[in-house]
Design a protein around this ligand. Structure first.
Ligand code: AMP
Length: 359
């Protein structure tokens, strides 16, 4: 067990790292953040190293300063995790990252272990994209295999010509073409897992996106209890199969027929888990700290229903009104530069139940 008082290393310096460091501080831990960007939001609340992922000397110093390393960003180069793993415990490990930072590897992993995913094809050329689209039924989503998030690196395609054009527009390299899923809603589950396999999951939540960016999370998801349980079992099964130590967020589609398809995995805190800070006895961030330090996991059962809204770009200017709103719980990430669509903060509102909430 890594007892309070120790220092936790965090790879990545965004708001997820910032909120992890705040949760760690509450339990008496210090955090040391490693990130390449000088204006990282997490730097304001933790010790930090600002250096490139290629800076081995800086990574070695970082490893020497911490008791365990976790991450808040899954695109950390895998060789960085391998390098650190020779010096300090890294949770989750490089093998988990290798799968989850590559859409093709992730989908193949899920499919090979029998987890439900939308039908997909690997496509290596515009011609392959066009023929795969026909095979998959004529409507699909073409995605880059790496560095896709918040809708970056993907295009909806509805004809072979569009598939050819989208392949070129997405830049060089292999891509994944997936069937376009006409989903009823999108949900996600954040699950925590310790090295001994102990786990605890927050309930399934519904996520509404706008322009592919998360806008609203509704917790719990307004779905039948059996489906909510199935979603939790699916996320826990995937976390077990991957051997995640820490957190796993599993995003899923609920199809028109009420089936679940896993869309995407993230082995870290997730935007759809921010509501847990205000509505659960333990937040996703504290749960991450507990999981990577081998502490007992906390109780993830919510004591209230919640609706979380992201504050994107200049919506953050509403902070005086939100501060004045009774019951609104405002979280700001301290980002100085406002850019359209940038996640600047979020606000969570609690309700005794979700009855009567517009959804
Ligand atoms: P992703 O980056 O894969 O999480 O995709 C971002 C968003 O695009 C998802 O949350 C969906 O709203 C939408 N999307 C992604 N893949 C598909 C698909 N195969 N069918 C329909 N919508 C999709």
């Amino acid at each position: 067990m890594i007892a309070p008082g120790a220092t936790i290393g965090i790879l990545g310096g965004g708001q997820l790292g910032r909120m992890t460091a705040l949760a760690a501080a509450r339990l008496g831990y210090a955090c040391h953040v490693f990130a390449p960007e000088a204006d990282s939001p997490a730097f304001a609340v933790a010790r930090h190293t600002c250096a490139s992922w290629a800076d081995r000397a800086a990574l070695a110093d970082f490893a020497a300063a911490v008791a365990v390393v976790t991450l808040e960003f899954e695109n950390v180069p895998v060789d960085v995790l391998d390098f650190l793993a020779g010096r300090v415990q890294v949770r989750p490990n490089a093998a988990v990252l290798a799968v989850t930072q590559d859409r093709l590897a992730e989908k193949r992993f899920l499919e090979s272990r029998g987890f439900p995913v939308a039908p997909f094809r690997e496509v290596r050329s515009p011609e392959e994209a066009a023929s795969a689209l026909v095979e998959l039924g004529g409507r699909g989503v073409l995605k880059t295999t790496r560095f896709g998030y918040d809708g970056r690196g993907q295009r909806i395609v509805a004809s072979p010509e569009e598939a050819v054009a989208a392949f070129a527009a997405l830049g060089p390299g292999t891509k994944v073409l997936e069937v376009f899923v006409t989903f009823e809603r999108e949900i996600s589950v954040v699950t925590a897992r310790r090295a001994d396999g102990t786990r605890a999951s927050f309930p399934a939540v519904e996520n509404r996106h706008e322009h592919h960016i998360l806008r609203t999370t509704i917790a719990p998801a307004p779905i039948p209890p059996a489906l909510a349980q199935e979603a939790v079992a699916l996320a826990e099964g995937v976390a077990e199969a991957l051997g995640v130590v820490g957190l796993l967020a599993a995003e899923m589609f609920v199809t028109g027929e009420g089936r679940l398809l896993v869309n995407e995995l993230a082995p870290r805190p997730h935007n759809s888990g921010h509501w847990t800070i205000d509505a659960c006895p333990v937040s996703q961030f504290e749960q991450l700290v507990r999981a990577v330090c081998d502490l007992p996991l906390g109780d993830p059962t919510p004591f209230a229903a919640a609706v979380m809204e992201n504050l994107l770009g200049d919506e953050v200017a509403a902070w005086p009104r939100l501060l004045a709103e009774p019951g609104a719980r405002l979280h700001l990430y301290g980002k100085r530069e406002v850019r359209p669509g940038r996640k600047m903060g979020h606000v969570t509102r609690l309700f005794p139940t979700l009855d009567g909430i517009k959804r």
